[in-house]
Design a protein around this ligand. Structure first.
Ligand code: ATP
Ligand code: MG
Length: 352
């Protein structure tokens, strides 16, 4: 029996509904593969913030360091500024554990209709740089209140940072179609983006079988809407990757099905797995949230922990549920979270 210690932060809103749903399915599928997942529940998030003025305890990162993975639902509620959630929880976790790859698979699923009438089958992965780039704390305000008042924000790209994310993306592309698209803007951003292009090209020289295309972010965004089926692996900086992954998710249908992984590919530190959606306060507490994004994130976690067969079985189980017509409200169905989850459990047990 292989055991993994997993920190669980269900968080706020529908996180409290989709996380328990996913844990049950993960236990079931793991057991079939001789794996035991030891869940360690942490009640961090907005309630913790209201009580203690912080999203997580002072030694929160040290607590997480004791785990093999972090399974997150959603944190954040409307009356607490987003910046508290980001800088008080998500960004410190991503940085401390060098989760420098933000991985977002985007795929057409059965029963999930794309808003694009004839998009064709979409199957791509956005690899977003997750530790540096445009989201930096360097900069400030000048000449407060004066007519010349200005704000400056520096973007920081390091050779090490670009190299490692480019290498991860190239390896991923090599195992898929062999096509890699790199998002750039070197015509307008004249220092960091040419550097990004240069380092990506250098890394790709080690991968003669991977075809690299650099596309300007503006053209790439348009092309993702017009011809999404053309893309396989896309590598992008922190900001561009953030935007592209939401865009790519939107063209496939529902935000409720999109998963993500914040990876430390070397497995020196725990990686974190979370759905793309937030706490969805408008539907929280109604039992109607779609658990697919959380389930798929769980499948990515199983894969990362070294159990690709269990991961594939879980993915097949929720795809079969969708294909059989069991759908939550966001997908035009009538199933509750519990009904959908029950259908996934049945598929796991029956081995479909
Ligand atoms: P956050 O600020 O935490 O990202 P948000 O207000 O941006 O939250 P999301 O929670 O990301 O919003 O989702 C936007 C809307 O999409 C929700 O209000 C909800 O109606 C719908 N939605 C999101 N996730 C799901 C889900 N899993 N199942 C069903 N509907 C969902
Ligand atoms: Mg949001």
């Amino acid at each position: 029996m292989t055991r993994h210690r997993v920190a669980v932060i269900a968080g706020d809103g529908i996180g409290q509904e989709v996380v328990p749903a996913a844990l049950g399915c993960l236990d079931l599928v793991a057991a079939r593969h001789g794996v035991h997942l030891d869940w360690h529940h942490l009640d961090w998030g907005s309630d913790h913030y209201r009580e203690h003025g912080r999203m997580m305890p002072v030694d929160g990162l040290d607590i997480l360091a004791e785990h093999d993975a972090i399974f997150l639902g959603a944190v954040g509620v409307p009356d607490i500024p987003d910046v508290e959630t980001l800088w008080g929880l998500l960004i410190p976790i991503r940085r401390r554990f060098e989760q420098y790859v933000n991985l977002r698979p985007v795929r057409t699923l059965p029963g999930v209709r794309s808003p694009l009438a004839d998009a064709g089958p979409i199957d791509l992965v956005v690899v977003r740089e997750n530790n540096e780039g445009e989201y930096s704390e360097i900069g400030g305000r000048m000449y407060h209140g004066l007519p010349e008042e200005a704000a400056v924000q520096e973007a920081v790209f390091t050779r090490r940072g670009v190299t490692r994310v480019a290498r991860y993306a190239a390896e991923l592309a090599a195992g898929r179609s062999g096509r890699l698209t790199s998002a750039t803007k070197s015509n307008g951003i004249v220092h960091t983006m040419p550097f990004w292009d240069e380092v990506v090209r250098e890394v790709l020289a080690e991968f003669p079988d991977v075809e690299l295309r650099s596309e300007l972010i503006d053209a790439l965004a348009a092309s993702l809407v017009l011809r999404p089926a053309r893309y396989d692996v896309i590598v992008a900086s922190n900001l561009f990757g953030d935007i592209l992954s939401d865009l790519a998710g939107a063209v496939t249908g529902s935000i409720g099905v999109a998963p993500s992984a914040n990876l430390n590919p070397e497995r020196r530190h725990p990686s974190m797995f979370e759905p793309v959606h937030g706490s969805a306060p408008d539907i929280a507490g109604q039992g109607v949230a779609n658990p697919v994004g959380q389930l798929w994130s769980g499948a990515m976690m199983l894969d990362h922990l070294g159990h690709p067969k269990a991961a594939a079985e879980l993915t097949a189980a929720f795809e079969a549920a969708l294909a059989s017509g069991v759908r939550t409200r966001d997908l035009g169905g009538t199933a509750s979270t519990a009904e959908f989850t029950e259908s996934v459990r049945k598929n796991i047990e029956e081995g479909t």
